[in-house]
Ligand binder design. Structure first.
Ligand SMILES: Nc1nc2c(c(=O)[nH]1)N[C@H]1C(S)=C(S)[C@@H](COP(=O)(O)O)O[C@H]1N2
Ligand SMILES: [Mo]
Length: 202
């Protein structure tokens, strides 16, 4: 059984002025973009882990993960390929919630997000602690489709969407920043849409 979120507990990701970041075009559609094939996921073998610089390395089976406290977040998507989509209603578990249970050590300043098939992306732990950052399994009231990251995707509303890893399986906390897949392949390390941090300069 899912633990149901209180309907009143829908967090609005903070908006910036202007709402549409520079160089973006608004769309109602939700494009599918990723590297490689959509993974086939066996829920009986699926788990989610928090490891690295933590006091209590944590592992949840799919059933255990579904019983964690749940939240809803309304946020806008900004993809580096220049489409933006407003008012996405995500449902799932706050990243803050899973990190709290693992108890990060004081020197855990950066995170490597691990997804199926070796996809990684990197974020500061501070960013993950924002209360609009979640591990989502639902979008606009329906289960995520496999193409959009089912059974679980990260959602980081204040960064370009490549930081929102689909098919996510683990968060590793580290002391020194470690660039992920797209960050190693020319994308900007920080990915702030309002600063147009699209590509790195090298
Ligand atoms: N695991 C994984 N997650 C990923 C990617 C990927 O290649 N693999 N691509 C990222 C990129 S570049 C984008 S733009 C978004 C697209 O998400 P969507 O297909 O749900 O729109 O997923 C991100 N998450
Ligand atoms: Mo992307």
């Amino acid at each position: 059984m899912d633990s149901r979120p209180d309907p009143a507990d829908t967090r609005e990701s903070p908006r910036q002025e202007p709402r549409l970041p520079p160089g973006q075009i608004l769309t109602d559609k939700w494009p599918v973009l990723h590297h490689g094939p959509v993974p086939r996921v066996d829920l009986a073998k699926w788990d989610f882990k928090v490891f690295g610089l933590v006091e209590h390395p944590a592992r949840w089976t799919h059933e255990e993960f579904r019983s964690l406290p749940r939240i809803r977040v309304r946020s806008d998507i900004h993809c580096v390929t220049r489409w933006s989509r407003y008012d996405n209603l995500w449902e799932g578990v706050a990243v803050r919630e899973v990190l709290r249970r693992a108890a990060p050590k004081p020197d855990a300043r950066h995170a490597v997000i691990h997804a199926e098939q070796g996809y990684t992306t990197n974020l500061p732990v501070q960013e993950l602690l924002n209360d609009d950052v979640l591990l989502a399994d639902k979008h606009d009231g329906a289960d995520l489709s496999p193409e959009h990251g089912w059974p679980l995707r990260l959602v980081v509303p204040r960064r370009y969407f490549w930081k929102s890893a689909k098919w996510v399986r683990a968060i590793e906390l580290v002391a020194a920043d470690r660039p992920g897949f797209w960050e190693e392949n020319g994308y900007h390390n920080d990915a702030d849409p309002w600063k147009e941090e699209r590509f790195s300069d090298w």
